[in-house]
Design a protein around this ligand. Structure first.
Ligand code: DCM
Length: 130
């Protein structure tokens, strides 16, 4: 079976993590996530991440190392995060309700989408090391 990958970006600038607030589906409306999306046929995961961040946040990026475990989703999808650098542009919410920047101290209180909560310890560690 072909496993489809959903990619997400952990972007840290000046000790803060970029999160984006979902509008849909209703079950996730208002919750915060690492921005990203589905890898499409013919794309590598890092190509997909670059495209999604351009579409969703109007930034050019470069994916680096993986961070955290791979999270199994419904329908044979797996969710994977990459530490990602902004190459150019200033992120703005083109598709999400909002974006925000959160410190390690603020992160535990953020209403993250359930899947992304798996990465909390890794994200806090990355923020504290930055
Ligand atoms: N998803 C997630 N966490 C992320 C990004 C995506 O849990 N940081 C999930 C939500 C959807 C699926 O992956 O179930 C596809 O994402 P999207 O709806 O954004 O294409």
């Amino acid at each position: 079976m072909n496993v489809c990958v959903v990619v997400a970006a952990a972007i840290v600038v000046d000790g803060r993590l970029l999160l984006a607030q979902r509008r849909r589906p209703a079950a996730l409306d208002g919750l915060w996530e690492l921005p990203g999306g589905k890898v499409e046929p013919g794309e590598t995961p890092t190509d997909a991440l670059r495209r999604e961040l351009r579409e969703e946040l109007d930034i050019e990026t470069e994916a680096g190392e993986r961070i955290g475990v791979e999270v199994p989703l419904a329908d044979g999808l797996v969710l994977r995060a990459y530490l990602t650098e902004i190459v150019s542009g200033i992120p703005r919410a083109l598709d999400h309700a909002a974006i925000g920047w959160f410190s390690a101290a603020e992160l535990p209180a953020v209403d993250l989408v359930p899947n992304d909560r798996m990465w909390l310890p890794d994200l806090e560690r990355a923020l504290r090391a930055s």
